[in-house]
Write a protein that binds this ligand. Structure first.
Ligand SMILES: *[C@@H]1O[C@H](CO)[C@@H](O)[C@H](O)[C@H]1NC(C)=O
Length: 355
């Protein structure tokens, strides 16, 4: 054999060796086989399309920047954070809603969404718009586990259940659609701190339940700076449509309590790996300095007047041209571009340990 040929052979062996290492590393570190989602409209990919509620967004102009330009039931012009996070984990570009009959258990084996727009930790919150209460999301999750075991066998299904990354994002509606909008909970819990503690108790029960059902890797996203949502700003006339400080402070306080809960659960539950994936700071940065992130408008939303419209009030005729210029898509929800920036931040800062 010529020296060149021998060199080639040595090179080929090296290459094989390196490829083998890459494959090994890939299989030993790439451990998240599925993304499983619980929560409200911040993460709902369309479950409300399949239940009788007004809290829907499966019509134009929603979804106009989604892959095929079709409305999906996501409260966005395109994708939402679980979609971007799933993609970042090399799984798939969109997480399907559990109630959509167009998908089967083989689709759900790599990702499934149980979230429902309008829901909260509190049963009474889901009742406001007749959406799926959190306990029912857990019932659907149990049914999913059964289907997964029937589909893949006990061992493989258990592996997916314990290695999956669970994304949980919920809580805004408990305060804005329930506590401050209705009287029942305010009579029961005269101070908002009492209501916060009630919600923290419900949150603790929820996380313990999914832990006992096999979930281990959890990402919990607390409240955004709720006082900066266009709907809340619109009502803040006396302060020239500034962010409502009271709501932002409340979000900070509640997020602090969630942070304590995360530490406590990680200590109490063996093998539990819960991360406090707080999006408050990045969200506030985007709202206070939109141009730094390439946005032109952070006070009003793309849809309609940008001050109060969401859901069926969003009219395709009165919607901005380019949603990428807007931090908010409707009066209550971020645009696809904001979701992408927030997701990238969360993956880099909190979730990369699971990558
Ligand atoms: C919420 O409703 C479910 C179903 O009715 C019930 O089992 C659960 O105890 C309720 N939770 C609270 C905190 O009331």
């Amino acid at each position: 054999m010529s020296p060149i040929g021998r060199m080639g052979k040595g090179y080929a062996l090296w290459l094989l060796f390196i490829i083998e290492i890459i494959i090994l590393v890939h299989f030993t570190t790439c451990k998240v086989p599925a993304i499983i989602v619980f929560g409200d409209s911040s993460v709902d990919s369309g479950n409300n399309n399949f239940i009788p509620t007004m809290a829907r967004s499966n019509f134009e102009p929603y979804g106009r920047d989604f892959f095929n330009g079709n409305p999906t039931g996501r409260f966005s012009n395109g994708r939402i954070p679980p979609d971007f996070i799933s993609e970042a984990f090399g799984i798939k570009e969109a997480v399907p809603p559990y109630l959509d009959p167009a998908y089967s258990i083989s689709d759900f084996a790599t990702g499934v969404c149980f979230a429902s727009a309008g829901t909260g930790y509190d049963n009474a919150t889901a009742h406001v718009a007749d959406v799926i209460p959190l306990w029912k999301e857990v019932e659907y999750y149990k049914e999913y586990q059964q289907k997964l075991r029937a589909h893949l066998g006990e061992e493989k299904a258990n592996e997916i259940i314990s290695e999956a990354l669970y994304l949980v994002s919920i809580g805004t509606n408990d305060f804005l659609e329930n506590y401050y909008a209705l009287t029942e909970r305010r009579c029961e819990f005269p101070s908002v701190e009492q209501y916060e503690d009630f919600l923290i108790g419900l949150a603790e029960n929820f996380f313990k339940e999914i832990y006992w059902l096999g979930a281990r890797k959890i990402s919990l996203t607390g409240l955004p700076p709720m006082g900066c949502l266009p709907l809340e700003r619109a009502e803040n006339i006396l302060e020239f449509h500034n962010c409502v400080e009271r709501y932002n402070n409340l979000a900070l306080e509640f997020n602090g309590k969630l942070g304590w809960l995360v530490s406590k659960l990680n200590k109490d539950l063996p093998g539990f790996q819960m991360v406090d994936a707080n999006a408050y700071d990045i969200f506030l940065q985007i709202v206070t300095d939109p141009s730094r992130f390439g946005f032109e408008e952070a006070t009003t939303a793309c849809c309609g007047t940008g001050r109060f419209e969401m859901g069926f009030l969003c009219n395709p005729k009165f919607t901005c041209q380019d949603a990428n210029k807007y931090v908010f898509w409707d009066a209550f929800h971020p645009s696809q571009k904001t979701s992408q920036i927030v997701s990238n931040y969360l993956v880099e800062k909190y979730l990369s340990k699971f990558l």
